[in-house]
Design a protein around this ligand. Structure first.
Ligand SMILES: [Fe+2]
Ligand SMILES: [Fe+2]
Length: 173
């Protein structure tokens, strides 16, 4: 849920960035979204599927929303921040991501909290934090272009790396 707040702030940062900083801000948003959705898919949704009443259905609905947001994100990334429709599609992405986060909180996270132990939630949080290393909260001055080369790639490559880091943190790989 804290990451949902971070994502909201990062959308604000992109929207308010001066023209020469839009790309950096959009990169940070992209990293956070990739890490967040991957962490949910690898850690949170599998738990919800098993633990909640109608967990399969709840998660299937969330995955549909996530896939739509991912498609939009990949398009935005491929076309770049100078594309004439960048701002329209960013607004569309924001609307989709916001509605999705609200549904997760309402239909999934609240129930998950009631159906898991503190120890289970701590283990999930540790794996989420391992993936967060890919999404630094603030860029360090001067390292942003290096960070982009090392971490950016495409959103799909980034999601792959996040999946890998989470797998390691969970002892699966
Ligand atoms: Fe999600
Ligand atoms: Fe989420």
């Amino acid at each position: 849920m804290a990451q949902h707040g971070r994502i909201r702030d990062l959308f604000d940062e992109v929207e308010k960035a001066p023209p020469d900083k839009v790309e950096d801000a959009f990169d940070r948003l992209t990293r956070m979204l990739c890490v967040h959705e991957t962490a949910e898919e690898e850690i949170v949704h599998p738990y919800a599927r098993r633990k909640l009443d109608n967990g399969q259905g709840v998660v299937a609905d969330r995955l549909q929303e996530e896939n739509r947001a991912k498609r939009l994100l990949v398009e935005l990334h491929d076309d770049g921040v100078d594309h004439p429709r960048f701002w329209d599609r960013l607004a569309e992405l924001r609307t989709a991501v916001t509605a999705h986060a609200r549904s997760e909180e309402r239909y999934e996270f609240v129930k998950l909290r009631a159906h898991t132990s503190m120890a289970e939630r701590r283990a999930m949080a540790a794996a989420v934090r391992a993936a967060e290393a890919l999404a630094p909260v603030r860029p360090h001055p001067g390292t942003e272009s290096v960070a982009r080369n090392v971490l950016m790639g495409t959103p799909l490559a980034l999601m792959d790396r996040a999946r890998d880091m989470i797998g390691k943190a969970l002892g699966r790989r």
